[in-house]
Structure formats: structure tokens, C-alpha cells
Design a protein around this ligand. Structure first.
Ligand SMILES: Cc1cc2nc3c(=O)[nH]c(=O)nc-3n(C[C@H](O)[C@H](O)[C@H](O)COP(=O)(O)OP(=O)(O)OC[C@H]3O[C@@H](n4cnc5c(N)ncnc54)[C@H](O)[C@@H]3O)c2cc1C
Ligand code: FES
Ligand code: FES
Length: 1277
């Protein structure tokens, strides 16, 4: 009997070790990956496979062994080679994803000690990393491939490996060395516990029953027992992989008081004469293995269906999910976004189902099986036994299609299965099966279309009729759930067109390209050609991160008497709060108290530059997700459940609006509005050859740091002191806000920040509010209180990067010279100003990028809407400001009929001494050098030609290339933030302790501080230690942001160490033979302790006069990217990116390259994949990794090339090259159809937008409905 509600509590919450991380709780990130080993009775072997611990109910592990990252190695004993190599290859930045990555790789090696690159790609496909850009992780793991013959294993050059093409490459990156690394020795691996083996070999002797407070789980002993249970409890779901039921229970709050869990594998794969029969409980991984085996062993003609199935299975979910999820569960979840049903139905599969009362019956898997979303025609007492998947017949052709937001590890938007059988020896259709998923609440068979095409010959006429019939038959209302209506309709015909071509073998050569799906390649180690300037020292905490020993705030063990706080948030966008009634919540078990505005002892608001934001909404709410109250309870689960029971009565208020366009209509802007101007814009417009007016919309972005926000507040009991262990990028601000909230002085509040699992600007503001609320709870109850936001709440409450709309009027001459530009930037600031003004200022300050536009005006307006307040995100407005200007350049080039890179060159700053539009002096020399070198290294001109050739010979695949220069200001434009502080202590034993005001969040600030201290003090890094960031040690520190953290902190550490060395110097000179320790022992008093504050040069802007030195300095760079798009689906592939950055000497090339790559890959997300969706009521609907896609391994360009180094935020913007390359590729497709090169494309350039921009006969069949004639499913805010 389990005392708590632990039955469905996943393994993640039970292990109580620090290595297995919570990133999303829904199987979508891989941070919680562990290895499960089980004895397989049928094959008499032990199976090792990865699972997502967050979805693995603890009760279902009876008889299984679980290995977490702690089990394979530790810094105290010995690292496992996987842990060592990811650390040494710099594959661990913030470290939050690292244990999951390690376990995926470890499990792969347990099953296959010499994996191929494809194995690694597959194994890591379900693990997300928000920091590294994946390349260093792959570099580290690739060393396990069988490289005894020196082969790169990558097939990088034209699909051939280096041995084949004679270009043997460096085996490993020059950024790390394989000398002295531990060899992989499988004999050292943990053995499967013998007692479990004995248990596994014995037949199960009885059913298992687990009983909790609210849940019961029964595992039947055999089929008869299962059928009896199903008869007795027909409503109880049969749980196998738990990958549908689990997220429903954990994330959506669905409650099943009783579940029946299947431990025993009833029917594995059995061959029967007509095809393969798969047991319903076979996992998708074993289905894939079985299909692969069949394809390998049998003649191709019979396995066409299996090949189609495999194509889908390769992209379906990540490895961990495929290891857990079963084929039966996939089918019976009856979710049209799941991929298998459309293919299995097209293949005419049969299900064998059974019940106690009626025995076995066979059901055809077709549209009739699915009676509604999540509902099937199975009777409640029936269970699914197996699925028969028939062989293909001669003259039968089968294809499967899916298009998702991200190529892999993403639910499909539309999927399809198609099968045609021809009359033998002819092209006459004998039968046709077409099924779609994702175009309705259930699986859709286009029966009428299929029927009408029977007897027709496979030719152009059939194609035309089929498209017309499909258009008529696929019904999707304009307001359909999931939105993207025109796109989904277009995909149905586009998929059919692909299918048509696939079976049309005699198709002309030029059409063949449309058939090939994109090949997923791994990022290459092109970086290894670098000649590092500084030393690529490993991240100081990498070993601890790789072993799971590194502590994040939520890894701190429960403090005696600890409580848990859960936020109650608004469900209305704009409303008066009439009443808050927590009585029901307060009556629930474990609930200690409820907090709202009246409980705040000090001020119920957080200030930033005189802009207030309420902690708890008092009278009115102004967005969905605004915090109204908080429930404090003994456990997480109790607090969570109770928070849902707090009743808030609202009275809706007007106006309510969410989008920038609506804000403009309502003239709803925050003050002040900003303007920058040089020259005389109005006059210049009178003299130019042409004037163009247009706009570009840029969507927002969610930080999606892998560690969600939270903290622990511990009251110390004496003098009102309070300690906070908090995930904050700006601990001094958190301390200040908590002090004001509690009405106590900052000197009684100490904030500790050891490390953050990623932050990217998102852990500055909201975490201060959360800290103040949690601290209030701690003070009110007198007990420690923990707050950990769940992923969905984190996304709802904390918000992210501002959406922007840039409206511009540009005057240019026919040769491409831009004489005047007038740009108005609108950002969606949400309901409070927060940092939005500073972000808008940065956008305006970057609007000129590298271009000398003599007459330039920029206006910046922050829109006030009824959405959660937008906040800082890597680049802080820079990426948006630059992007609008690059759009201007691009469109002018299109209008002039000139290559965009030429127009960029014509307009660049060129003189040795130039002034920005805010009159800051700089030299563009380095930018021009970067630009020339980038085009040269990228082979831009040759590749442009090759691309043109490719485009003429490929109708449905197009390529594009684009290059942009970059000028980016470093430091804060508010000068007082440009400071760093450090405290250096030297102890009598010679050891050194460095404390500084920066925050370690993966960027390696601690490693660099150690490197600097080591160099100045001339002691090894091993004698220097950095504990944590603590407001008690270094007060009033500036936030770690604006690409300035290391500059400021590094200089402060340097300065402090130099001062200490100056004091030691006379004694050292008198005793040159002494060791460091002897110098220190003899000379220790007074004070080998130095606190130093480094102040950067004063920067400030005079906005009245459009002038001022806004930045400490500028960094420069250039980037060139090439992409390929699939015009029929909108899918795209990043083929190659070259980045040239020149910012001088890198302190640590490995860390800095890691930052560039990580920033760039976040930029890929910003400009091409990451899409936030809001309902018409202002509710964020994309609230987890299942709906919101950040780049995964498959999104990283296979080839990178970089020359110089830079750390920090600017590379985010460089990913805009991918956006513009996509635009070029779309333009090529449009040109071929005689359409204009000029067309709107908003960012991100998602598959939907790409497809719809490639206008053709298929998109014409799905015209956009008139605005106002329907209720769209989501809005662009
Ligand atoms: C992060 C993530 C990503 C995913 N990505 C994809 C994707 O890209 N494409 C895709 O197709 N799917 C995807 N899935 C869905 C996944 O494939 C399904 O959840 C899975 O196949 C369901 O199998 P299960 O064993 O986990 O089902 P469970 O959750 O255990 O059960 C699901 C349902 O099936 C019923 N059921 C299961 N077996 C039987 C049986 N033998 N008899 C009677 N009823 C039964 C259960 O009662 C329940 O109602 C994803 C899931 C997650 C969590
Ligand atoms: S926490 Fe388990 S997959 Fe994200
Ligand atoms: S290192 Fe991968 S998420 Fe931070």
C-alpha cells in the first residue's frame, strides 16, 4: 500500500537523486532519460532501453532495473567514458540536458558498443538541448564510433564517407583531445541484478495490485485475468506505454481512479503467411525493428507497405517514446495527429480484439473504427490483441506522408497513407486507398475520391480529377481546431501529387526530386579546422553536470518542514476581480494557507525603472496567466490540486485585445515613445527614383530554458533573516524586490545562485516576483517554501521575446542605393512595460546594422495589450531591429532586380571613420573584412551559380542562399549596468576562492573567471574555487546579460587579482625560491582578500537629440546560409552555414564557439520553427514541447565553418540568413510560375508559411477565407 498518490507519480519524482531532471513532464524534452533493463522471457535475454522517467509510472517497474546517470559513474569514483567525453568535448553548457544525453548514449552503447553515426542520431533524437547547438555533443559521442580505420562515419561529402571520397578528416575536434580518455569497456558495465533475472525467468505467479489514496493500478497475471478485469471494470483504461494516458493525467489533469497495466508481453511478433502480425503491446521500437528485418530479408515487392511504415516510424517521436509507446496504444488513442492509423488503414490491416464474453473477433482498421477524438468502436470490455499487417501484392504501391512543425520529434500537422493497386500489367487503377490524419477529429478516408478513380489510368487527367475530388471531399471548416486550415487542405492535395509521381515511374527526370524526403544528417566536425586562439578549457562544472552531481535549485534536498507553493492564475484577459474564494482549497488535505495581495507585508509590487508590476493582481487582471493568489501545501501535488479549486469570480471588462494591429487601432501604447533620426528623411523622399512601402511581422519566442523557474525560500528564524536559493540571472534585483515586498532591509536577505539550467534573459524579472511571493509564503508560515513552475505554467506566466511589426517606407535609386528610410517599430509589450522600453531602444539603436543610409528615421512604440508582459531574450531587441532593416535591403534588391548581396554591399558603411545614426563613432573595417571573408570562405558566388542550376532542373525542390553582415553593440546602453564585481580570497594554505556578481548559466563565466585568476595569480586552476553567486559576498551586482557578463566580471576578477599580486610582489621578489603557499603563509595578514568593482566606460543615449555613445563597443560579423525547400510541403533543410566573427582574442575558444553555435541555433528556432499560438481569448495554447518546437538535432545545418570567435547574443540574428535564404528559394519557385519575386513572408518561416508562399495549383484550391467571415482558431499577436 503506497501512502501517497504515487501510483501514477512517475519514476522522476521518486528516485530522489539529482541527475534525472524535470524539463517538461510530458516526454517532450528527454531531460529525464534513464535506462530500464528487463528480462525478456520469450527470447531469454535482457533488454536495455531508454525511457522518459517523467512518464514511467513507478509501479510499472516491478521486476525491472533502472539505471540513472548516477549509476554509471561519478566524480568521486570514476566517470563513465560517455560522461567524460561529453564533458571534454564541451557538450555541456548549462548542463541541464546533459544527464539525459548521457543516458541516451550510454544505453545505445549497452546495446551496440560500436555504433554508427545514424545510431547516435537516432538515440539522441528525443533529447533537446537549448544551449549548445548539438555539435559539441555529437563531437564527443562520435568518438565511440568505430573509427579504427580513421573514417569520419558521417557520409559528409556528397553522401560518401571520408574514406570513400579520399578526404580523410580529423577524427575529432581540435577543441578537445582524446589523449588519456577512458576507453569504453563493456565488461565494466553494471550487470542485470541476478535476483531480477530469477524472478523474470519464473512465470508470473499472481496479479499485482497497487493501491494509493486516489488511484489503484492492477496488473493482470495473464490474458484470462485481463479479460476478467476488463469485464469487471470496463471504464478502466488498459495502460501499456503510458505515453498517451500519462500526459493526459499529468499535464491535462485527467483522472482515472483505476488503471489496468499490462506487464506481460502476450503476443510478440509472429509471422503468418499473409503478413506480419504484431502483438498490440509491441513497442514502436520493436515494430520498427521488425519492419526493418522484413524489408532486409524479403523481396522489395512484398514489403512496400513496410517501407512506407518505416518512413513514418523514423520521424515519429523520439527514441525514448518509441521504446515505451506501443502500436496498440497508438491506434487506440484515436488521435488523428498520431501517424500510424492512416498508414495502417491504407494497408488494410486487421485488428484482433477479444473480450471475456464474446471471445475473439477481427475488425478492419478503417475510418469506422474511430467514432470520435480519442474514441473507438471497441466495446469497453474488449482488449486489442494484435494487428495483422499484410504483405504488399505485385502491382501495389504504397506511400506514407507526414508534415510536422519540426521534421522529427513532433506531431504531424497532416499525415497520410496511400495505396494503389493496378490491374496486372497495366496502369489501370484496380483499387485505391487514401487516408488522412489531421484534417478532422478522426481518421478521414476519402472514399468518394478513391471510388471515382477506380478503373482510370494513372495519368495527368486522373491527377487533375483527383485533386478536384479531394478538394471537394476533405472538409475542414475555417475555424477548425488546430488552425492552419488552408495549409492543411493544401497538404492533402500536395501529398497526393507526391504519391502520384512516386508511382509514375516514367515521370520526366526533372520531376523526380519531389519524391525524395530530406535526408537527416548529423552536424559535421568542420569546426575542427579551427586554430584556437586561447585555450579551450573544459567548462569548470562539466564533469559534475555529466554525472548528475551538479546541483540546481530544485536538486536541493527538502529542508525540514518544507512546504510547496503553487500559483493561482487568471483565466480572463481583462476583468475586474469580484471575489476570490479559497475555502474549498483550504479544506483539502495538506493545504496550509492561501495567499493573495492582502497577505503581502510590504509593497505588493515590483518596480523596474519606476514601472510597477503587481505581484498579486488586486482589483483587476490584465492578462490570462496573471498571478492572483498562491496555495501553500505540504506537497507539490496537494498544492497543485488545491490551486485548481480556488474560485475566482470575474466581471469582464472592455476593451480587450491582444495583437499589435489591434493595439494600433486602439492607439494603445506605453510611454515614452522613442525616435531616432539622422538627415532629412522627408526631403530625401522627394529626390529618390523609387519609393517602397511595406511591412514585416516577427513572431515572439519562448525562452524554453530546460530548467523551469523556481526557488526555495528559507526563513532563518533570527532577526527576520531569509535565505533564497533561486534560479535568477539577477540575484541583486531579486533581493531588492523581496525586501520591498516583505518590508525588510536587503541586508537580511541573502540570495544564492549556484547555477541555472539555461536562462537567455528569461530569469531576470518574473523570478523576482515569484521569489517575493514565495518569500511571503515562507514568512507567513514560518516554514521553508519551495516553488517550481511546471513547464506549462512557466510558459504561461513568464512570457518571452517580443513580437514585432516593422512598417517601413524606403526611398532608393534604381542602382540599389538607399537614400532614405522611415521605419516604425511596434512591439507587443503585453500588459505591463517591464523591460520593453529598453528592448525597443535596442531595436532602434541597431536599425542601421552595417548600412549607411544617409536619411534614416526610426520610431519605436511599445504596444500595451492584454497579454502577459514580454521580457528580455537573448539579443534584447537587436535581432528584431536588425531583421527589419535586412528586410528593407532584401526588398529593395528584389525591386531593383539586383542580387541582395550586391545591394547590401552598395549600402554598407565604408569610410574608416563612420558615425552610426545615433552619432557614435566607429570603424566598419572589421565588418567589411568579415563580409569579404565570409563570402569567400562560403564560396558564395560559385554556390550561387550551382543553386541556380539546381533550381532550373528541379521543379519541386528549390535552394536559396543568403548572406548578411552584422554590427552589434555590446554592453548596456544604460551605463550604470556596465559594471562587474568580484571578491578574491587567498587562504593560508594557498587556495583561492573567487566570488563574483555574474551568474553561471552555461555560458562558462565561472570557467573564464578561473582562467583569468589562474593566469594573474600564476596558480593552477585546480587551486582556485568558485562556489556560487551570493548577494552576501558580492552586493549590488549587475545582471549577467547584454553580452557583457564576462567582460565585466572578468575584468573585475583580473583587477582584484592584480591588486593582490602587487601586494605580494615585494615579498615574492625577496624570496624567489619560495612556493606560492610559502609566500601566502608568510605574508597572509593583513587581508588576502580583495573586492573589486570594474566599471565600464560611461554609455548613455540622449533620445531628445538622437545622439550618444550607446554601446561600450561594437562586434562585427557576417554569415552566409544555404537552404533547400520542399515546395509541396513547405519543409526545409538547412544545408550549410558559414559564420565569420571578428572580435579579437577569445579567452576560451571552446566556450565561445559553444555560445555562437547555441545562439545561432536559437536563432534558427526564432526565424524558422518556433511559433506561439494564442486563442481568440488570449490564452497561450502552445504550452509545452509537444506544441512548441525548439530546434532539435535534425535542424542543425550539417556543415558549419567559423573563423573568429565571439561569445554572447549576436549570433541569434545571424540565423536570419536562413530566413532570407528560404525567401530566395521560395522566390525561385514563384518565378517559375511567373509570379512576382516580391511577396510577404512573416517570421518564423514555418513549413506552413513556406508552402503557402510557393503558390501553385494546389494552394489555389485552398483559398484564404475572407477576414471577418469566420472565427480563426488562433491569432498572430
Ligand atoms: C512526446 C511524445 C511525442 C509523440 N510523438 C508522436 C508522433 O510523432 N507520432 C505519433 O504517431 N505518435 C506520437 N506520440 C504518441 C505515441 O505514439 C502514443 O502515445 C503511443 O503510441 C501510445 O501507446 P502507449 O502504449 O503509450 O499507450 P497508453 O498511453 O498506455 O494507452 C493509450 C490508449 O490505448 C488504450 N490501449 C492501449 N493498449 C491497449 C490494448 N491492448 N487493448 C485495449 N486498449 C489499449 C489505452 O487504454 C489508452 O486509452 C507521441 C507521444 C509523446 C508523449
Ligand atoms: S521531463 Fe521527461 S521528457 Fe521532459
Ligand atoms: S547544455 Fe543542453 S540545455 Fe543547457
Amino acid at each position: 500500500m503506497l501512502s501517497q498518490n504515487h501510483l501514477h507519480v512517475s519514476l522522476l519524482y521518486i528516485v530522489l537523486l539529482t541527475g534525472t531532471k524535470y524539463g517538461c513532464g510530458g516526454g517532450g524534452c528527454g531531460a529525464c532519460t534513464v535506462m530500464v533493463s528487463k528480462y525478456d522471457q520469450l527470447n531469454n535475454r535482457v533488454l536495455h532501453y531508454t525511457v522518459n522517467a517523467c512518464l514511467q509510472p513507478i509501479c510499472t517497474l516491478h521486476g525491472a532495473a533502472v539505471v540513472t546517470v548516477e549509476g554509471i559513474g561519478s566524480t568521486k569514483t570514476k566517470l563513465h567514458p560517455v560522461q567524460e567525453r561529453i564533458a571534454k568535448a564541451h557538450g555541456s553548457q548549462c548542463g541541464f540536458c546533459t544527464p539525459g544525453m548521457v543516458m541516451s548514449m550510454y544505453t545505445l552503447l549497452r546495446n551496440k558498443p560500436h555504433p554508427t553515426m545514424e545510431d547516435i542520431r537516432e538515440a539522441l533524437g528525443g533529447n533537446l538541448c537549448r544551449c549548445t547547438g548539438y555539435r559539441p555533443i555529437i563531437d564527443g559521442f562520435k568518438t565511440f564510433c568505430d573509427v579504427s580505420n580513421g573514417c569520419c562515419q558521417n557520409g559528409e561529402s556528397g553522401g560518401k564517407c571520408c574514406i570513400e571520397n579520399g578526404t580523410k578528416q580529423h577524427k575529432y575536434s581540435d577543441l578537445f583531445h582524446m589523449d588519456n580518455v577512458l576507453p569504453l569497456d563493456p565488461s565494466q558495465d553494471l550487470i542485470f541484478p541476478p535476483e531480477l533475472m530469477i524472478m523474470g525467468k519464473k512465470r508470473a505467479c499472481g496479479s499485482l495490485c497497487f493501491q494509493g489514496d486516489r488511484l489503484k493500478l492492477i496488473s493482470p497475471v495473464d490474458l484470462t485475468n485481463l479479460l476478467e478485469l476488463k469485464t469487471e471494470y470496463p471504464e478502466a483504461p488498459v495502460v501499456v506505454g503510458n505515453t498517451t494516458i500519462g500526459p493526459n493525467m499529468q499535464v491535462k489533469g485527467v483522472h482515472h481512479p483505476l488503471t489496468i497495466y499490462l506487464f506481460v508481453i502476450y503476443l510478440l511478433c509472429v509471422y503468418v503467411h499473409a503478413g506480419v502480425s504484431m502483438g498490440a503491446v509491441c513497442t514502436l521500437s520493436s515494430l520498427k525493428d521488425e519492419m526493418e528485418r522484413a524489408v532486409r530479408e524479403m523481396e522489395a515487392e512484398r514489403t512496400r507497405g513496410y517501407q512506407a511504415l518505416l518512413q513514418t516510424l523514423r520521424c515519429l517521436a523520439g527514441k525514448q517514446i518509441r521504446n515505451m509507446a506501443t502500436i496498440g496504444g497508438n491506434i487506440l488513442s484515436a488521435n488523428p495527429k498520431y501517424d500510424l492509423n492512416s498508414v495502417l488503414a491504407a494497408l488494410d490491416c486487421t485488428l484482433q480484439v477479444m473480450s471475456k464474453e464474446n471471445g475473439t473477433r477481427a475488425i478492419t482498421l478503417n475510418e469506422e473504427l474511430f467514432t470520435g477524438f480519442g474514441k473507438t468502436a471497441l466495446r469497453p470490455d474488449e482488449v486489442l490483441l494484435s494487428i495483422d499487417i499484410p504483405y504488399s501484392k505485385p502491382w501495389e504501391f504504397v506511400s506514407a506522408f507526414r508534415q510536422a512543425q519540426r521534421r522529427e520529434f513532433a506531431f504531424s500537422i497532416v499525415n497520410a497513407g496511400m495505396k494503389v493497386l493496378f490491374r496486372e500489367g497495366t496502369n489501370i487503377v484496380e483499387s485505391l486507398n487514401i487516408y488522412y490524419g489531421g484534417v478532422g477529429p478522426t481518421l478521414v478516408k476519402v472514399g468518394r475520391t478513391c471510388q471515382k478513380l477506380v478503373g482510370r489510368s494513372w495519368g495527368e487527367e486522373l491527377l487533375a480529377d483527383a485533386c478536384r475530388l479531394l478538394e471537394e471531399e476533405v472538409e475542414l471548416s475555417d475555424s477548425a481546431h488546430g488552425g492552419k486550415v488552408e495549409y492543411r487542405k493544401t497538404l492533402t492535395t500536395s501529398f497526393f501529387f507526391k504519391f502520384y509521381m512516386q508511382v509514375l515511374q516514367e515521370l520526366r527526370e526533372r520531376y523526380l526530386s519531389a519524391l525524395k524526403p530530406f535526408k537527416n544528417e548529423l552536424v559535421s566536425n568542420a569546426q575542427s579546422s579551427q586554430d584556437p586562439v586561447g585555450h579551450p578549457m573544459m567548462h569548470q562544472a562539466a564533469f559534475h553536470q555529466a554525472t548528475g552531481e551538479a546541483q540546481y535549485y530544485d536538486d536541493i534536498p527538502a529542508v525540514q518542514g518544507e512546504l510547496f507553493v503553487y500559483m493561482v492564475t487568471s483565466t480572463r484577459a481583462h476583468a475586474k476581480i469580484i471575489n476570490i474564494d479559497p475555502s474549498e482549497a483550504l479544506g483539502m488535505t495538506g493545504v496550509v494557507t492561501f495567499l493573495s495581495a492582502g497577505d503581502v507585508p510590504g509593497q505588493n509590487r515590483r518596480m523596474l525603472f519606476n514601472n510597477p508590476e503587481e505581484l498579486f493582481a488586486e482589483e483587476e487582471v490584465s492578462c490570462v496567466g496573471q498571478i492572483i493568489g498562491a496555495v501553500v501545501a505540504e506537497s507539490r501535488e496537494q498544492a497543485r490540486r488545491a490551486a485548481q479549486m480556488v474560485k475566482v469570480t470575474y466581471q469582464d471588462l472592455l476593451p480587450v485585445f491582444f495583437t499589435i494591429e489591434e493595439a494600433i487601432q486602439h492607439q494603445s501604447f506605453f510611454d515614452p515613445k522613442r525616435k531616432l533620426e539622422r538627415g532629412d528623411v522627408g526631403k530625401a523622399f522627394e529626390t529618390v527614383d523609387q519609393i517602397l512601402e511595406d511591412e514585416i511581422y516577427l513572431g515572439g519566442q519562448e525562452h524554453f530554458y530546460m530548467e523551469t523557474q523556481g526557488l526555495i525560500a528559507v526563513p532563518k528564524g533570527e532577526n527576520g533573516e531569509l535565505e533564497l536559493f533561486v534560479a535568477s540571472q539577477h540575484s541583486a534585483y531579486t533581493q531588492e524586490v523581496v525586501g520591498i515586498t516583505l518590508g525588510i532591509d536587503s541586508n537580511k536577505i541573502t540570495c544564492h545562485v549556484r547555477r541555472l539550467g539555461g536562462a537567455f534573459g528569461g530569469k531576470v524579472m518574473k523570478i523576482a516576483s515569484l521569489s517575493a511571493i514565495t518569500a511571503t509564503a515562507a514568512v507567513k508560515t514560518g516554514r521553508p517554501v519551495r516553488c517550481v513552475l511546471e513547464r506549462g505554467d512557466d510558459m504561461l506566466i513568464t512570457s518571452g521575446r517580443h513580437p514585432f511589426l516593422g512598417k517601413y517606407k524606403v526611398g532608393y535609386n534604381n542602382d540599389g542605393t538607399i537614400m532614405a528610410a522611415d521605419i516604425t517599430y511596434y512591439s507587443n509589450g503585453g500588459c505591463t512595460l517591464n523591460e520593453s522600453l529598453a528592448i525597443m531602444e535596442k531595436a532602434l539603436l541597431h536599425m542601421d546594422n552595417g548600412y549607411k543610409i544617409p536619411n534614416l528615421r526610426g520610431r519605436g512604440l511599445v504596444c500595451k495589450t492584454y497579454l502577459p508582459s514580454y521580457t528580455a531574450f537573448r539579443g534584447f531587441g537587436g535581432p528584431q531591429g536588425l531583421m527589419v532593416m535586412e528586410s528593407v535591403l532584401h526588398e529593395v534588391a528584389v525591386k531593383c532586380g539586383l542580387p541582395p548581396q550586391k545591394v547590401r554591399e552598395i549600402n554598407m558603411y565604408r569610410e574608416e571613420e563612420c558615425y552610426t545614426h545615433h552619432k557614435q563613432l566607429f570603424s566598419p573595417r572589421d565588418m567589411l573584412r568579415c563580409w569579404d571573408e565570409c563570402l569567400d570562405k562560403a564560396g558564395y558566388h560559385d554556390r550561387l551559380q550551382a543553386i541556380q542550376q539546381f533550381n532550373t532542373s528541379n521543379r519541386w525542390k528549390k535552394r536559396g542562399i543568403s548572406a548578411v553582415p552584422m554590427k552589434f553593440g555590446v554592453g548596456f546602453s544604460k551605463g550604470f549596468f556596465n559594471q562587474g564585481a568580484a571578491l578574491v580570497n587567498i587562504y593560508k594554505d594557498g587556495s583561492v576562492l573567487v566570488a563574483h556578481g555574474g551568474t553561471e548559466m552555461g555560458q562558462g563565466i565561472n570557467t573564464k573567471a578561473l582562467q583569468i585568476a589562474s593566469r594573474i595569480l600564476k596558480v593552477p586552476m585546480s587551486s582556485i574555487h568558485i562556489k556560487e553567486t551570493c548577494t552576501g559576498n558580492v552586493p549590488n551586482a549587475a545582471p549577467s546579460a547584454a553580452s557583457f557578463g564576462t567582460d565585466a566580471v572578468g575584468m573585475a576578477v583580473k583587477d582584484a587579482c592584480e591588486k593582490l599580486m602587487r601586494r605580494l610582489k615585494p615579498f615574492m621578489e625577496n624570496h624567489p625560491k619560495y612556493t606560492w603557499q610559502q609566500w601566502v603563509i608568510n605574508k597572509h595578514p593583513p587581508g588576502y582578500k580583495k573586492v573589486n568593482i570594474m566599471m565600464g566606460p560611461h554609455t548613455d543615449m540622449d533620445w531628445e537629440n538622437s545622439e550618444g555613445p550607446a554601446y561600450y563597443y561594437f562586434t562585427f560579423g557576417a554569415c552566409c546560409s544555404e537552404v533547400e525547400i520542399d515546395c509541396l510541403t513547405g519543409d526545409h533543410k538547412n544545408l550549410r552555414t558559414d559564420i565569420v566573427m571578428d572580435v579579437g582574442r577569445s579567452l576560451n575558444p571552446a566556450l565561445d564557439i559553444g555560445q555562437i553555435e547555441g545562439g545561432f541555433v536559437q536563432g534558427i528556432g526564432l526565424y524558422t520553427i518556433e511559433e506561439l499560438q494564442f486563442s481568440l481569448e488570449g490564452v497561450l495554447m502552445t504550452r509545452g514541447p509537444s506544441q512548441y518546437k525548439i530546434p532539435a538535432l535534425c535542424d542543425v545545418p550539417p556543415q558549419f565553418l567559423r573563423i573568429h570567435f565571439l561569445s554572447g547574443e549576436p549570433p541569434v540574428f545571424l540565423a536570419s540568413t536562413i530566413f532570407f535564404a528560404i525567401k530566395e528559394a521560395v522566390a525561385a519557385a514563384r518565378r517559375e510560375r511567373g509570379l512576382g519575386d516580391s511577396f510577404p513572408l512573416s517570421s518564423p518561416a514555418t513549413a506552413e508559411r513556406i508552402r503557402m508562399a510557393c503558390e501553385d495549383q494546389f494552394t489555389e484550391m485552398a483559398p484564404s477565407p475572407k477576414k471577418g467571415t469566420f472565427k480563426p482558431w488562433s491569432i498572430n499577436i
